[in-house]
Structure formats: structure tokens, C-alpha cells
Design a protein around this ligand. Structure first.
Ligand code: IPM
Ligand code: MG
Length: 355
């Protein structure tokens, strides 16, 4: 198959982690006889420097014209003082909204090789950590009105029933493919938007009788994720709660550097990115963990290109790499072999085999 991939290297560690993911994709193409064409897209701080905007129209168009988008990370201290509407992160939000990718899937799964890297107690980790956060990605407070007037700032949190329903369906469908448990997370004891959220989820539940729906307040959920993560199968939640809970969930699996994500909307053109940020403090030092991005590329193959064997092959190569005892600094443990970003990529590529 021939696929056109828009590649956003971005800022900070973005370019170095994306480089490794592309090398992995190239090796997959070689093994399976595919052609992946890459189009570079400027987004984030580098686009601000070059064009004065975090995602110019032409750059967004390149993404819309592609079969899918692979993204490293954007942002950095250098652009901290630019006005809110010009921040690097605005480019990312514009991209997500422009692509219409309302459904963000963030797995929290512990690799058996990394159980020691979890900050949780052994007996909690041993019960298993394997759940998915389905995060609404293009609504809520991120996309409401933002304004500052004098000494007062306002951010509007708004959801319509239709927006809740479409992400709710993804939550139920995701649960149907797994252990059929869906936990809807909100703050219905305080927020109107959460009461609407809860109402819509319960209405939908009637259409998915095989899925067991539960409700949880977001503050309690933050606690339960560290107390008893084994209770979760699929969590569905709004944009900002999903942002916060997914960072927490990633940490209990060992490192945020390991976690990929997929974002999809109505079409098969998806956005694939690790959930971590641009980590400017370690940029250019060849110490970043590229696995979150490499696994995001695997998700692209699985969810957008219908290449499950190729995706499995990448995941197996990562697992074999961990089995062999190699670790980047973020997950380094006793008796393991410390490697840098480039070497991590190379070792994973060496492990890649056609299934
Ligand atoms: C994420 C990030 C982004 C978000 C930032 C960079 C805008 O934290 O993907 O989780 O808040 O969505
Ligand atoms: Mg985040």
C-alpha cells in the first residue's frame, strides 16, 4: 500500500523522537512492501519563528490532504511570553479541531518488563494496570471563549448533547471490544456540563446493554487511579479531565515517555502523537525515550491504515527490546543497559521481523 503521512517534528525533543519513529516506519515498509511518503509540516514554536503563527493555513492543509499525521511534540520556554492565541499549543489545538479528531484514545498499560518502574506499591501493580482513557478532544474549556479583562480572566466550558453523544459512543464501542466496563468521569456535583454529560451517557447505555456503565467524580477518579487501577477498563471523559487523568495514568505505568495516543474523527485520517510534551530541558541530548512516538506510529498502522500485522510487529519489537534489558534514562532500572534515543530506535528496528 502507498500511504502519505504528514510529519510534524515540532519543538524540543520532537524532531529526535520522530526521526526514530520514521526509521521504524521505513523498516516496516521495507519488510511488508509498502510505500510511506512523508510530507513535513511546521507547527508549534518552530512555525512561530518561521511564519509568525503556530499553524499557518497551508501547513494545516498538508495535514488534511494526508492519510494520517504523525506528531512529535510542540512548545517550549522560548515561546512562553507570546500572546495566548499565538502559543505553540494553539497550533496543536487548531490541528485537532481542523482535523475534527474528537476522540482521543490514551492507553494506560503497564509493560510487564517495567513493573519496577511504577511508583505504585508492588501489590497494586500486580493486580494489573490495563485501561484506556477515551478523552473528548475538540470541545469543552479548551475551545470555549478565553478572555482577560483587567484583573479578571474567563474561560468558558461548554458541551452540547451531540458532542457528548459522539464521544460517548466511542467510549461504549471501545468497552465492547474489551472487558465491557465503561466508567464515565465527570464533576456532576458542581458543573452543569457534567450533569448533561452524565445524562447523555445514561441515555446511551440503553443502546449498549452488554456494557456495564458506572459514574465517577473526577476527583475520586484521580484517587482511584493510584489506589486501585485494576478496577478500570475504559474511562470516558471530557477534554480537560482527560488531559489531567491521562498524565496521572501514564505515570503509574512507569513513564509518560512510553505512552502513545491516537485521535480520530469521522474519517480514517488520524492524528498520532505521544502523550508527553516537548521536554525542552533534555532536547538535543539524545536521551529522550522515542517509544511513545514509535508506538503512536504503530497505532497509525493499526487504526488508520488497517495494517494490524505491521502494528503487532512494532509492538513485539518494542517488547523484545525491553526484554533484552535496554532502557532510556526515564525508565532506567538496576542491572539494565542505559541507551540513548538513537540507539533505542536502532535496537527496535533490529528486532523488527515480518509476522
Ligand atoms: C496533551 C497536551 C496538550 C493538551 C497541550 C500541549 C495543549 O498536554 O496532549 O495532553 O493539553 O491537550
Ligand atoms: Mg496533557
Amino acid at each position: 500500500m502507498v500511504k502519505n503521512i504528514a510529519v510534524i517534528r515540532g519543538d524540543g525533543i520532537g524532531p529526535e523522537i520522530v526521526e526514530q519513529a520514521i526509521k521504524v516506519l521505513d523498516r516496516v515498509a521495507e519488510l511488508y512492501g509498502h510505500t510511506f511518503n512523508y510530507t513535513d509540516v511546521d507547527m508549534g514554536g518552530c512555525a512561530i519563528d518561521k511564519y509568525g503563527a503556530p499553524l499557518p493555513e497551508d501547513e494545516l492543509q498538508k495535514c488534511l490532504d494526508s492519510d494520517s499525521v504523525l506528531l512529535g511534540a510542540v512548545g517550549g520556554n522560548k515561546w512562553n511570553d507570546v500572546p495566548g492565541h499565538l502559543r505553540p499549543e494553539k497550533g496543536l489545538l487548531r490541528l485537532r479541531a481542523g482535523m475534527g479528531v474528537y476522540s482521543n484514545n490514551r492507553p494506560a498499560k503497564i509493560w510487564r518488563q517495567l513493573s519496577d518502574a511504577s511508583p505504585l506499591k508492588k501489590e497494586i501493580v500486580e493486580k494489573g494496570i490495563d485501561f484506556i482513557i477515551v478523552r473528548e478532544l475538540i470541545g469543552g474549556i479548551y475551545f470555549g471563549e478565553h478572555k482577560t479583562e483587567g484583573d479578571t480572566a474567563v474561560d468558558v466550558l461548554r458541551y452540547s448533547e451531540a458532542e457528548i453523544e459522539r464521544i460517548g459512543r466511542i467510549g461504549f464501542e471501545t468497552a465492547q471490544k474489551r472487558n465491557k466496563k465503561l466508567c464515565s468521569v465527570e464533576k456532576s456535583n458542581v458543573l452543569d456540563s457534567s450533569r448533561l454529560w452524565k445524562k447523555v451517557m445514561h441515555r446511551l447505555a440503553a443502546e449498549y446493554p452488554d456494557v456495564e456503565l458506572s459514574d465517577m467524580l473526577v476527583d475520586n477518579c484521580a484517587m482511584q487511579i493510584v489506589k486501585d487501577p485494576a478496577q478500570f477498563d475504559v474511562i470516558v471523559t471530557e477534554n480537560m479531565f482527560g488531559d489531567i487523568l491521562s498524565d496521572e495514568a501514564s505515570m503509574i505505568t512507569g513513564s509518560i515517555g512510553m505512552i502513545p495516543s491516537s485521535s480520530l474523527g469521522a474519517s480514517s485520517c488520524g492524528l498520532y502523537e505521544p502523550i508527553h510534551g516537548s521536554a525542552p530541558d533534555i532536547a538535543g541530548k539524545d536521551i529522550a525515550n522515542p517509544i511513545g512516538t514509535i508506538l503512536s506510529a504503530a497505532m497509525m498502522l493499526r487504526f488508520s491504515f488497517d495494517m494490524p500485522n505491521e502494528a503487532d510487529a512494532i509492538e513485539k519489537a518494542v517488547s523484545d527490546y525491553l526484554d533484552a534489558g535496554y532502557r532510556t534514562a526515564d525508565i532506567m532500572g538496576e542491572g539494565m543497559t542505559l541507551v540513548g534515543c538513537k540507539q533505542c530506535g536502532k535496537l527496535i528496528i533490529d528486532n523488527l521481523k515480518k509476522k
